[in-house]
Write a protein that binds this ligand. Structure first.
Ligand code: PMP
Length: 429
C-alpha cells in the first residue's frame, strides 16, 4: 500500500518558500489533486520516492530519459567532465561536436545554436524568423506549448491548459497581439488567417506531433499544407521538436513525417536530463543570428560542457544503435494493445492517441484531433485513473493534457505489470 506522508511533509515545507511548492506548475498535482510525490532517485525505468517506494516511470523527465534513468555511459561521461570543468563561458570543442552531431542526424540543420531550455529555443527561433522576414505576426496552434515566453502564452497547452488559464496576467497586449491562433489540424482556418493578415506574418510554429494536449497526431495533409503556405507566402515554418526530436526518429519529426522545416527547436533528449535546448535551421535564415547578423541571442551557460557531454553521449548512443528507437516504438505499440484490451473490456468510451513512443489515453467518445476535443473529454475520470495507477506504482503525467513518454529501459514485465494495473484501476473506477 503506497503512502505519501514524507512527500506530504516536504510539500507543506516547500510551499513556505517556493510558489505552490514547485518549480514548474504541472508538478503540483493541482489538476489531479492529492500530494505531489517527491522523488529521491531513479534507475532504468523506475523512480523511487522519498519513502523508497518504487514507480514505473511514464514521463521520463518529460522526454529526456529516453534510454532510462542513470544510463551508465551518460553517468560516466558526466562524471569525467565534471572533474575537468563545469563551465568556461568560452568556446569548447564539445560544442562543435554537438552541432556537427545534430547536423548529421537531423535534416535541414545547417547552423545550430545551443541554449538552456526549450523555452529559450522557441523564443529565439521566433525572434530569428521575425528578424529574417522583417514581420511581426506569427501563427501558433491552440493547445500547443512552446515554452513560457510571453508571445507563446496565448491559448497554450501543457500547464496553461491544465490550469485553464485563459489570459496570463503579466503578458502585455503588445506581446500577445502579434500571436495569431488556429485549431490544430485545421488547415482551412490557417489559410483564411494568412489571407486576412497577408504580408504581415513572419512564421508558423507547430509541434509536428503535438504532446501538450495529450498526444495529438497531425492529420494527413495538415503539415504539408503549412509547408506549402509558408513557401507561397515567404513565411518561416518552425517545427517545435522539443518533444519529437531524436525520439520519433534520429532525424525527428522532419525525417519521420518527410516534411522540411525552415527552423527547428530541440530540447529534452539533446540534454540527456541536463538543462539544454537548441534552435537551428537553414543557413540563409540562421545567418541573421549574432554575431553573424544582428538578431541578438546569448547565454552565459549555453553550450555548457557538462550538458554537452551528457547530450553527446546519449545522441551518439542513439545514432550508433538505431534499433533502440525501434525497440521503444515496439514497446509503446505493445503497451497500446494491452491498454486497448483492458479498456475494451471495461466498456466505457476512450480514445488512445499514439505515434512512435508518444501515447495518451483520453476518456472521450469522439476522436481527439485538437485541443477543443481533448478538453471535451471526461478529464474528471482521468484524475481517478491517474491516482488509481499511482497507488499501484505507475507514474503517469499528472494531467490529461500531456503525452506519456516511454523509455527503453522498460521491460516486457514492466509493461505487463502496467497493463495489469490498468485493468485493476479500471475495475476500481
Ligand atoms: N516546446 C515543447 C513542444 C515543449 O513540450 C516544451 C516543454 N515541455 C517546451 C517547448 C518548453 O521547454 P522547457 O520546459 O525546456 O522550457
Amino acid at each position: 500500500m503506497y503512502t505519501y506522508q514524507s512527500s506530504k511533509s516536504l510539500f507543506d515545507r516547500a510551499q513556505q518558500s517556493i510558489p505552490g511548492g514547485v518549480n514548474s506548475p504541472v508538478r503540483a498535482f493541482k489538476s489531479v489533486g492529492g500530494t505531489p510525490v517527491f522523488f529521491e532517485k531513479a534507475k532504468g525505468a523506475y523512480l523511487y520516492d522519498v519513502q523508497g517506494q518504487q514507480y514505473i516511470d511514464y514521463i521520463a523527465s518529460w522526454g529526456p530519459m529516453i534510454l532510462g534513468h542513470g544510463y551508465e555511459r551518460v553517468v560516466k561521461a558526466i562524471q569525467q567532465q565534471v572533474a575537468k570543468a563545469t563551465s568556461f563561458g568560452a568556446p569548447t570543442a564539445l560544442e562543435i561536436e554537438m552541432a556537427e552531431l545534430i547536423r548529421s542526424m537531423a535534416p535541414n540543420i545547417d547552423l545550430v545554436r545551443m541554449v538552456n531550455s526549450g523555452t529559450e529555443a522557441c523564443m529565439s527561433a521566433l525572434r530569428v524568423a521575425r528578424g529574417y522576414t522583417g514581420k511581426n505576426k506569427f501563427i501558433k496552434f491552440e493547445g500547443c506549448y512552446h515554452g513560457h515566453a510571453d508571445a507563446f502564452l496565448v491559448k497554450a497547452g501543457s500547464g496553461v491548459a491544465t490550469f485553464n488559464i485563459q489570459t496570463v496576467p503579466g503578458v502585455t497586449a503588445g506581446a500577445a497581439n502579434d500571436t495569431l491562433t488556429c485549431a490544430y489540424n485545421d488547415l482551412a482556418a490557417v489559410q483564411q488567417l494568412v489571407k486576412e493578415n497577408k504580408g504581415t506574418i513572419a512564421a508558423i510554429i507547430v509541434e509536428p506531433v503535438a504532446g501538450n494536449m495529450g498526444c495529438i497526431l497531425p492529420k494527413p495533409g495538415f503539415l504539408e499544407g503549412l509547408r506549402q503556405l509558408c513557401n507561397e507566402e515567404g513565411m518561416v515554418l518552425i517545427f517545435d521538436e522539443v518533444m519529437n526530436g531524436f525520439r520519433l526518429a534520429l532525424g525527428g519529426a522532419q525525417e519521420r513525417l518527410g516534411i522540411d522545416a525552415d527552423l527547428v527547436t530541440y530540447g529534452k533528449v539533446i540534454g540527456a536530463g541536463m538543462p539544454v535546448g537548441a534552435f537551428g535551421g537553414k543557413r540563409h535564415i540562421m545567418e541573421v543570428v549574432a554575431p553573424l547578423g544582428s538578431v541578438y541571442q546569448a547565454g552565459t551557460l549555453s553550450g555548457n560542457p557538462v550538458a554537452m557531454t551528457a547530450g553527446l553521449t546519449l545522441l551518439n548512443e542513439l545514432k550508433n544503435n538505431p534499433q533502440l528507437l525501434t525497440e521503444l516504438d515496439n514497446k509503446t505499440q505493445y503497451l497500446k494493445e494491452g491498454l486497448e484490451k483492458e479498456l475494451n473490456a471495461w466498456g466505457q468510451p476512450y480514445v488512445i492517441n499514439h505515434f512512435g513512443s508518444m501515447i495518451s489515453v483520453h476518456f472521450s467518445d469522439h476522436p481527439v484531433t485538437n485541443f477543443e476535443e481533448a478538453a471535451a473529454a471526461n478529464n474528471e475520470r482521468f484524475k481517478h485513473f491517474f491516482h488509481a495507477l499511482l497507488k499501484r506504482g505507475i507514474y503517469l503525467p499528472p494531467s490529461a493534457f500531456e503525452s506519456w513518454f516511454l523509455n527503453n529501459a522498460l521491460t516486457k514485465e514492466d509493461l505487463d505489470k502496467t497493463i495489469q494495473a490498468v485493468k485493476d484501476s479500471l475495475e476500481e473506477l
